[in-house]
Design a protein around this ligand. Structure first.
Ligand code: NI
Length: 137
């Protein structure tokens, strides 16, 4: 039996994007992404859900201090992406800023900033009806 507990927290992130792949023709981009390929882009109020897991610290009774998690997410994710156009971020110059890819990049940024193996997944709600999740390799 594992003695692992999980702690999840949600963050708001507003950003715009345009779905367009340089690997596809303009016509295929239009048929693939529809309105999301419109030249001037569109915005989302993303809900970024972060789940961390690990042994409960016997002294604090916590998996991770919420203040530490908030600081890490703020410094590595929110400051970088909130109120920006994702297409202009270096991470999305060669990669389409779909929410699948945003999940992967947020996961990698947080994985590098959090204690080893504590990040379980990143889940991003793009709209009321869509959500995406990435759990690393
Ligand atoms: Ni969109």
């Amino acid at each position: 039996m594992s003695d692992k507990a999980y702690f999840g927290r949600r963050y708001m992130l507003s950003a715009s994007h345009r779905l367009h792949s340089d690997a596809l023709s303009d016509e295929v981009n239009r048929t693939t992404y529809g309105k999301c390929n419109n030249a001037y882009g569109h915005g989302h109020n993303y809900v970024v859900e972060v789940l961390v897991g690990g042994a409960v610290n016997p002294e604090t009774g916590m998996v991770m201090n919420m203040v530490d998690l908030d600081k890490t997410v703020e410094n590595t994710v929110l400051t970088r992406f909130d109120h920006t156009n994702l297409n202009f971020d270096p991470l999305f110059v060669k990669r389409v800023p779909t929410t699948e890819n945003l999940c992967r990049e947020v996961f990698q940024l947080l994985k590098d900033a959090l204690p080893a193996d504590q990040l379980s997944y990143v889940r991003i709600e793009e709209t009321e009806n869509n959500f995406f999740q990435y759990e690393g390799e």
